[in-house]
Design a protein around this ligand. Structure first.
Ligand SMILES: [Zn+2]
Ligand SMILES: [Zn+2]
Length: 350
């Protein structure tokens, strides 16, 4: 079933080819067709994730070639393949990083589909949202809380979701450190504050603007990542891809404290003395997300308004958005918007 809007067989997309490297190339490509169980989605917004940088920089080594990046996709279903339940033409959906799992491996069968041996990921092994249209397996798409504009809700789909999974790994920690105050931290700070936790924000060097941003979102303390907080923390989440932050965070947590590495890639962790791990401190990583994480987090986001600081770029300016993210030129999240969306839809910052 197709919708009423005129649709051509070609669309604009920003394409990454690992044999060629950066920059992404603006191309006209065929509009994908939804197979059984899939939905065809007109993209309204796609937030840029640090993982996109790891893909285009070759730090994640197994992309489809060529691939359309982008895994924080907000759009409208325009066509459904056979056997799709749950979504219909016209529904607004969110499409996250987890694009497909096998359902059969030991991980899938034990509620850990985020670790599936054969998992496939959006914008990496499946074409993603740096395009006007995309297809996705309907079982991995989500209805989105209605109180958010397309642009405002997009960063919730990875920065929010995987940040939330990382936050859960901190257990009931009351004093919580956030290392790297970017897209994920600015969302998770609000969730953690809503849960009554006390927040400590760590930034690169003396980044006064980002420290002020963190305080504006509820941090009781903000300072450089190479300093200790005024009091020992119960847990710390590391969102920056910097291995040296692991020993720094271990030094900042109290006995029994947990350090959670929330990114998909990190530079090497320097060796450190055992005494900073001693006394039952834990270091662990968080990988991907489960659909249950998404359901939990999105219903939480429906309960109270999460402000997302967004910076809108036209789809054709995806390379600029990636470069600005790389160099920390904005607080919050970059969001790409196809130009065909600009008329008549909300594209202002959340
Ligand atoms: Zn599996
Ligand atoms: Zn991501």
């Amino acid at each position: 079933m197709r919708d009423c809007c005129p649709m051509t067989d070609k669309m604009h997309a920003m394409v990454f080819d690992k044999r060629r490297g950066l920059p992404l190339k603006a191309q006209e490509v065929a509009v994908p067709r939804p197979g059984p169980g899939q939905v065809l989605v007109r993209v309204h917004a796609c937030a840029v994730c640090r993982t996109d940088l790891h893909v285009v920089d070759g730090e994640l080594t197994d992309p489809k070639t060529p691939v359309i990046p982008g895994h924080q996709i907000v759009g409208t279903v325009v066509e459904t393949g056979s056997g799709v339940g749950g979504f219909r033409q016209g529904d607004r959906v969110g499409i996250p990083w987890l694009g497909w799992t096998c359902g059969e491996c030991a991980y899938c069968r034990s509620g850990r589909e985020n670790l599936c041996d054969r998992a496939r990921f959006t914008g990496y092994q499946i074409d993603g949202g740096y395009a006007e249209m995309t297809v996705a397996d309907a079982r991995y798409c989500f209805a989105l809380p209605p109180g958010y504009s397309d642009v405002a809700v997009a960063p919730l789909l990875c920065a929010g979701l995987i940040g939330y999974r990382a936050l859960n790994m901190a257990g009931d920690a009351r004093k919580l450190g956030l290392y790297g105050f970017g897209a994920a931290a600015h969302i998770i700070a609000q969730v953690a504050g809503h849960q009554g936790r006390e927040l400590y924000a760590f930034t690169r060097g003396d980044d006064a603007a980002t420290q002020a941003f963190a305080r504006s979102l509820g941090a009781v303390w903000a300072g450089p990542s190479d300093t200790l907080p005024p009091e020992p923390l119960d847990a710390a989440l590391i969102f920056a891809p910097v291995g040296a932050l692991v020993p720094a965070a271990l030094r900042a947590v109290a006995k029994g404290g947990t350090v959670v590495c929330a990114g998909i890639h990190m530079s090497d962790i320097p060796s450190f003395p055992y005494e900073i791990l001693w006394e039952e401190r834990t270091v662990r990583s968080v990988a991907n997300l489960t659909r249950r994480d998404a359901e939990e987090f999105l219903s939480l986001a429906a309960e109270f308004p999460i402000h997302t600081e967004t910076h809108i770029y036209q789809l054709a300016d995806a390379n600029q958005a990636l470069d600005d993210l790389r160099h920390g030129r904005f607080d919050g999240a970059a969001v790409l918007v196809p130009s065909n969306v600009a008329s008549g839809r909300q594209v202002k910052s959340g």
